[in-house]
Design a binder for this molecule. Structure first.
Ligand code: GSH
Length: 299
């Protein structure tokens, strides 16, 4: 599989929207014009002390990055505010970048009923092919060809990176990670949508973004991609056993079954009593950061 992260379009200027100190590192929001999504996009970035000049001998140092993809109805803010990830990121010297979950703006088409599971806040990390969504909903290319190059060109971070996410963002992390094994050292997810071509959220989104030809859907379905993966990037998944979306939407058993066919070992932790919320994510996020650190910091 090819490295799809090369950028073909110019990196637009980043404008800082906010900045605050957390655990001696900086949490900031930036906006920039996205040529792929044809609108302004916002992302959040946490730079640990090592990357902000307070590190060893006060020098700027390159630090690896975890890209976090959020779920339905989220923005760039939910993860940074609720996951409790920043302390461990500061300790281990890892940056975290959280993009928005869709294009935004008055001209960006939305779900006609403004439902939370499609349109604004629900970009599904794919490249839409169907009008009117194809003009703006190019989240797959946005992440790989615009966000990552912009981050690497603008901040004191290294090119080592991992990808993680929640629910729709777990689907994004798995599909982008599996399709780009040369780009990401490791993949992790909380409560991911594992087989979107077989669940109501995925069928609704893929029909409108990708059209009726379901053959085109499988390149955005982790349970299909994992069967064909030649390089077996390490994968960690946490799933709440009391998650109300587990049976109808998430289907981790489909991913496990498909992985088995390809001899691909993934670590799936079923967590009794936990639901779909950020309380669940915050209970285990440090384990995910430590998991990624072992690959990001390997020499
Ligand atoms: N109850 C949610 C359903 C969507 C949902 O559960 N979203 C998850 C991701 S799939 C989330 O992270 N919501 C934002 C939050 O909890 O901060 C809503 O109607 O907005």
């Amino acid at each position: 599989m090819s490295n799809e992260s090369s950028t073909s379009k110019q990196i637009e200027e980043l404008k800082r929207v906010s900045q605050t100190l957390a655990f001696n590192g900086t949490l900031s929001q930036y906006s920039h014009y996205s040529q792929h999504n044809n609108c302004d996009m916002r992302f959040a970035i946490y730079l640990p002390p090592h990357a902000t000049g307070a590190g060893i001998e006060g020098k700027l140092e390159n630090v690896p990055v975890i890209y976090w993809l959020s779920g339905l109805s989220c923005t760039d803010e939910n993860f940074m505010q609720k996951a409790g990830a920043l302390k461990m990121a500061a300790q281990l010297g890892i940056a975290i970048v959280a993009p928005d979950t869709s294009p935004r703006g008055e001209d960006v088409p939305d779900d006609p009923d403004k439902a939370y599971d499609f349109g604004l806040g629900a970009g599904f990390y794919l490249n839409a092919t169907q009008p009117p969504f194809d003009r703006n909903y190019q989240m797959y290319d946005y992440i790989l060809k615009e966000l990552i190059p912009a981050v690497e060109a603008s901040f004191a971070v290294s090119s080592k990176k991992a990808i993680s996410g929640h629910s729709m963002g777990g689907h994004g992390a798995l599909t982008i990670g599996l399709r780009n094994p040369e780009v990401f050292t490791s993949i992790s997810a909380f409560s991911p949508i594992c087989n979107p071509v077989e669940c109501p959220w995925g069928i609704k989104a893929f029909t409108h973004y990708l059209g009726d030809n379901t053959d085109t859907w499988t390149m955005y379905d982790a349970s299909h991609l994992i069967k064909k993966a030649n390089i077996k990037t390490p994968i960690l998944i946490d799933q709440g056993a009391d998650d109300s979306f587990l049976k109808s939407e998430l289907k981790p058993e489909s991913l496990l079954k498909a992985a088995l066919i390809n001899d691909y070992t993934i670590q799936l932790n079923m967590r009794p009593g936990y639901d779909h919320s950020y309380y669940f994510i915050s209970s285990f996020i440090e384990e995910h950061i430590v998991f990624h650190a072992q690959f990001l910091q390997a020499v």
